[in-house]
Write a protein that binds this ligand. Structure first.
Ligand code: NAP
Length: 273
């Protein structure tokens, strides 16, 4: 009896050690775009707390400085630079800086998105479409294209795209943005078989409404929120850590057999295409 208890304890502790090491990202180098606030910053925190060297970036130097200081204060290994993902020279600088600082790249979290238009989709202009598709979709692909050769040099890697529940069900007044988020679901699947040959996994997260500046017009309006909550099983909006943790899981060895997948983080909204 005693012997079987000890055997059980030993097995559990081995399982515990295994799961700890599989969730660890020690020594991995992670680029997270648009990561000085909101979901990107939460992803940087989640990856950094698991031991990754994180590279944060966004358009404004002051925001980069603030995010780097915050992450350093949490004992996370971090460096940062400005990068507007819509600009080729900025994307190249981000990759160059990461390589010179850390010598390689293992993880890309492509998180940047803009939404310059609210209204009826039929009122949206060519300029709106160019901007949204360029930043939200094309830059996500071009960032991936830039980092893949460096992941191949390391023997593999992980790419995560940040889509949205709006990619499944277009949100009222957010037509072009929603379409750009649907495109990321397609991009995830289009890249998956090709990059699997290089041991690179490609996954996507589709958040519902998460408490950030981007979504504040929604969650700061009590009337809208009451109506919106009817669609939720969990009757509250999501918190940043609840998305950061899913991104970190997808980047970890615990997710080693997951690729081409989109995980919705929505508090139980019905999502289907
Ligand atoms: P957020 O809190 O407003 O943060 C946006 C971040 O992006 C900031 O760090 C901003 O810094 C940076 N940024 C903006 N434009 C950029 C660009 N062109 N290039 C590089 N960085 C840029 O936003 P969020 O809510 O976390 O959204 C992040 C992602 O989650 C987006 O892809 C969004 O579509 C998606 N999402 C959010 C929600 C939600 O409820 N919050 C739901 C579904 C999906 P600078 O101003 O310094 O550039």
């Amino acid at each position: 009896m005693l012997r079987s208890v000890f055997r059980c304890l030993r097995t559990n502790s081995v399982a515990g050690q295994r799961s700890m090491s599989q969730s660890s990202l020690a020594g991995k180098v992670a680029i997270i775009t648009a990561s000085t606030d909101g979901i990107g910053l939460a992803a940087a925190q989640a990856l950094g707390k698991r031991g990754a060297h994180v590279v944060v970036s966004s358009r404004r130097q002051a925001n980069v400085d603030q995010a780097v200081a915050l992450l350093q204060s949490q004992s996370i290994q971090v460096t940062g630079t400005t990068c507007n993902v819509g600009k080729r020279e900025d994307r190249e600088k981000l990759v160059r800086m990461t390589l010179s600082q850390y010598g390689g790249i293992d993880i890309l979290v492509s998180n940047a998105a803009v939404n310059p238009f609210f209204g009826n989709i039929m009122d949206s202009t060519e300029e709106v479409w160019d901007k949204i598709l360029s930043v939200n979709v094309k830059s996500a692909f071009l960032m991936t294209k830039l980092v893949v050769p460096h992941m191949q040099r390391r023997g593999g890697g992980t790419v995560i795209f940040v889509s949205s529940v709006a990619g499944y069900q277009p949100m009222p007044a957010l037509g072009p943005y929603s379409v750009s988020k649907t495109a990321l679901l397609g991009l995830t699947q289009a890249l998956t078989p090709e990059l699997a040959q290089s041991n690179i996994r490609v996954n996507c997260v589709a958040p519902g409404v998460i408490r950030t500046r981007f979504s504040s017009a929604l969650w700061q309006n009590e009337g809208i929120m009451e109506e919106f909550k009817k669609q939720l099983s969990i009757k509250r909006i999501g918190e940043l850590e609840e998305v950061g943790g899913v991104i970190a899981f997808l980047c970890s060895e615990e997710a080693s057999y997951i690729t081409g997948e989109t995980i919705t983080v929505t508090g139980g909204m019905t999502c289907r295409l």
